[in-house]
Design a protein around this ligand. Structure first.
Ligand SMILES: [Zn+2]
Length: 115
């Protein structure tokens, strides 16, 4: 997949989402780690992951009404674990670790968002 193909796919999925022509991921889907059968939200998540691996994110331009891929800006985010701030993508050294037999979903339920 090249950048233009990714943008084209992203644009179409965002169009479907904006008009509600997709199946929303339910609580049960989150619980079981599955996705709705139409695959819209799963594809969006996959595209986000694909872009992030290259240090990019999808950005909407109000001027041209188009999506583009832009470098992820280094933004400082407040940290609930050390009450400091980190750049996006950085992992706080105080963040509780995921146990060996734990899924990320279980970890998120167990881990308090703010200490
Ligand atoms: Zn921190």
């Amino acid at each position: 997949m090249n950048a233009q193909e990714a943008i084209d796919a992203w644009t179409e999925f965002q169009r479907r989402i904006s008009v509600g022509a997709y199946e929303e991921r339910s609580f049960e889907h989150h619980e079981t780690g599955t996705w709705p059968a139409d695959g819209v939200e799963e594809s969006v998540a996959n595209l986000e992951t694909w872009a992030a691996k290259q240090g990019l994110e999808f950005c909407w331009s109000w001027d041209t009404h188009t999506w583009s891929l832009e470098p992820i800006e280094a933004t400082l985010v407040d940290c609930p674990y050390c009450h400091g701030a980190h750049y996006t993508g950085q992992v706080c050294p105080l963040m509780p670790r995921i146990l060996e037999d734990e899924t990320p979903e279980d970890w998120m339920i167990r881990t308090p968002k703010a200490l």
